[in-house]
Design a protein around this ligand. Structure first.
Ligand SMILES: Cc1cc2nc3c(=O)[nH]c(=O)nc-3n(C[C@H](O)[C@H](O)[C@H](O)COP(=O)(O)O)c2cc1C
Ligand code: SF4
Length: 426
C-alpha cells in the first residue's frame, strides 16, 4: 500500500527552482516519456484505462476510455487540447501545478499526444494568469531545446508541437466545446453534441480535451504502473488528487491526498478552522457542487462518496465557511457570478440566472417574502436539466442546497421584512 501522505503530483513543488528543466530532469523528469515512446499508442491507452484515472476537470470521465475514442487512422490531424482555464470558483490547483512543475504537464502532453496520434497540442490557459502563461512558454522553449518537443523526439520518429494559448477570462470557455470555439477565434459558446470532440473537435478534426491535472498524472502512471496508481484512492476513484482548500482555515492551500480523503482529515492538514470558529458550510468541489454542512465531515471525497452524500466531487475546490457567514449572502454572491458568466445562448440559464440574482439581492436587502423562496426553487427547477450546458446546472446548486440545509436563514430574512412592513402599517 502506498503511503497516503507521500506526494506524487506535488512531489517536486518545494524543490529549488522546481520549474526549470534541470530540476525536473534531476527528479525523474522525462524518464516516463522515454519509456512511453518505446511502446505502442495502444499499449499506452490500455495502461491508462487499467489505471482507472478519471478526469480531474470536474466530470470524472475515465481518461483511458476518452483517449480510446480517438480514431486509429490519421486521415485528419488529431489534436490534444489541455483545459487550463481553471475558472470554477474556489479552484486553485492547475495554476499552482503549472507554476511549480510545468514540465510534468509537458511530459504528460507528449505521452498523451503519442497515445492519441496527435502532433499538435494546445494548452488553453486562463488569460488573467499571465505569470503562468510566461512560465509555460519558458518551459515549452526549454523542452524544444532539449529535444523533447519538435521533430523526431528522442529519435523515436514522433513529432509534436505545443502551443500555449491565452484565453480571455470567461468561465464558459472552460466548458470543453466553448473552449474549442474560443481557440478557433470565435466567441466562446458551447457546441451541440454530438458530434463529440473525438469525432469533430478543433477545426472539425478528432480532438481530446483533458484537464491539466489529468494529463500531469500520465507520466507517474507510465513510471509507476497501473497497479501502483490503484493503490491510492478508492476502487472506482483511484489515484492521488490535489484538493485546494480556501476560506476559514488556518492554512489554506493545495493538499495532495488520495481520492476519498474526508474534510475532517483535510482540516487536520490545514491547521483546523481559523481562530477556532466552528464550521458552518462548505463546498466539496467548487460552487457548482451542492454545499455540505458540518454533518458531512466524514464523507469520503471521491466521485462516488460525494455523489452518495448528495453533492459532486467537482474540482475538489474545498471552500470552507465558518459560523460568521450568512448563507443567503454567500448564495447571492455565487449567483451573481453565474449571472455574469452565463453566455446567453439558452433561455433557461440566461433569463433564469438574471432573475435568481434579482430575487436573492432583494432578499439579502431585507425586502424578500416567503414566496420568494418558492420562486427561487421554481426557477431552479426550470434551469436544472433544461439548460444547454452544465453551467446552468451548476448555477442552481448553491441555491437548492442552501435552502435545503439553511431554509431558516432565508426565512429569517423574510421575517425581518414582514416585521418592517407591519411596523410601517402601524
Ligand atoms: C461552465 C464550465 C466550466 C468548466 N471549466 C473547466 C475548467 O476550467 N477546467 C477544466 O479542466 N474543465 C472545466 N470544465 C469541464 C470541461 O468541460 C471538461 O469536462 C474537462 O476539461 C475534461 O477534462 P477531464 O476529462 O480531464 O476532466 C468546465 C465545464 C463547464 C460546464
Ligand atoms: S447553460 Fe448558460 S452558459 Fe450554458 S449555453 Fe446555456 S446560457 Fe450559455
Amino acid at each position: 500500500m502506498a503511503d497516503p501522505i507521500t506526494p506524487v503530483l506535488t512531489k517536486r513543488w518545494l524543490s529549488p527552482k522546481s520549474w526549470t528543466i534541470q530540476s525536473y530532469e534531476a527528479l525523474e523528469g522525462y524518464t516516463a516519456v522515454r519509456k512511453a515512446l518505446k511502446g505502442t499508442p495502444e499499449q499506452l491507452v490500455q495502461l491508462v484505462k487499467d489505471s482507472g484515472l478519471r478526469g480531474r476537470g470536474g466530470a470524472g470521465f475515465p481518461a483511458g476510455i476518452k483517449w480510446s475514442f480517438m480514431p486509429p487512422n490519421e486521415d485528419k490531424p488529431h489534436y490534444l487540447v489541455i483545459n487550463a482555464d481553471e475558472g470554477e470558483p474556489g479552484t486553485c490547483k492547475d495554476i499552482p501545478l503549472m507554476m511549480a512543475d510545468p514540465h510534468s504537464l509537458i511530459e504528460g502532453c507528449i505521452i498523451a499526444s503519442y497515445a492519441m496520434r496527435s502532433h499538435h497540442c494546445f494548452i488553453y490557459v486562463r488569460g488573467e494568469a499571465l505569470h503562468c502563461i510566461r512560465r509555460l512558454n519558458a518551459a515549452v522553449r526549454e523542452a524544444y531545446d532539449a529535444g523533447y518537443l519538435g521533430i523526431d523526439i528522442l529519435k523515436s520518429g514522433f513529432d509534436l508541437d505545443i502551443t500555449v494559448h491565452a484565453g480571455a477570462g470567461a468561465y464558459i470557455c472552460g466548458e470543453e466545446t466553448a473552449l474549442l470555439d474560443s481557440l478557433e477565434g470565435r466567441r466562446g459558446q458551447p457546441r451541440l453534441k454530438p458530434p463529440f470532440p473525438a469525432a469533430a473537435g478543433l477545426y472539425a478534426a478528432p480532438t481530446t480535451v483533458n484537464n491539466v491535472e489529468t494529463i500531469a498524472s500520465a507520466p507517474f502512471i507510465v513510471n509507476g504502473g497501473s497497479d501502483w496508481f490503484r493503490q491510492m484512492g478508492r476502487e472506482k476513484s483511484p489515484g492521488p488528487k490535489i484538493y485546494s482548500i480556501s476560506g476559514h482555515v488556518e492554512k489554506p492551500g493545495q493538499y495532495e491526498c488520495p481520492l476519498g480523503t474526508t474534510l475532517r482529515e483535510l482540516l487536520d492538514m490545514a491547521g483546523g478552522m481559523k481562530d477556532g470558529i466552528p464550521l458552518k458550510f462548505w463546498t466539496p468541489g467548487g460552487s457548482s457542487t451542492p454545499m455540505f454542512t458540518a454533518e458531512h465531515l466524514d464523507v469520503p471525497l471521491d466521485f462516488e462518496g460525494a455523489a452518495e452524500a448528495g453533492s459532486m466531487l467537482g474540482t475538489t475546490a474545498v471552500q470552507v465557511f465558518n459560523e460568521t457567514v450568512s448563507v443567503p449572502w454567500a448564495v447571492m454572491k455565487w449567483t451573481q457570478f453565474y449571472e455574469h458568466e452565463s453566455c446567453g445562448k439558452c433561455t433557461p440559464c440566461r433569463e433564469g440566472t438574471y432573475w435568481l440574482a434579482q430575487i436573492l439581492e432583494r432578499m439579502v436587502d431585507g425586502k424578500g417574502t416567503e414566496e420568494d423562496i418558492d420562486t427561487l426553487l421554481d426557477v431552479c427547477d426550470n434551469i436544472l436539466g433544461r439548460s444547454f450546458c452544465a453551467l446552468g446546472d451548476g448555477a442552481v446548486s448553491p441555491i437548492t442546497s442552501g435552502i435545503k440545509y439553511f431554509r431558516d436563514e432565508f426565512l429569517a430574512l423574510c421575517e425581518t421584512n414582514k416585521r418592517e412592513l407591519v411596523g410601517a402599517e402601524a
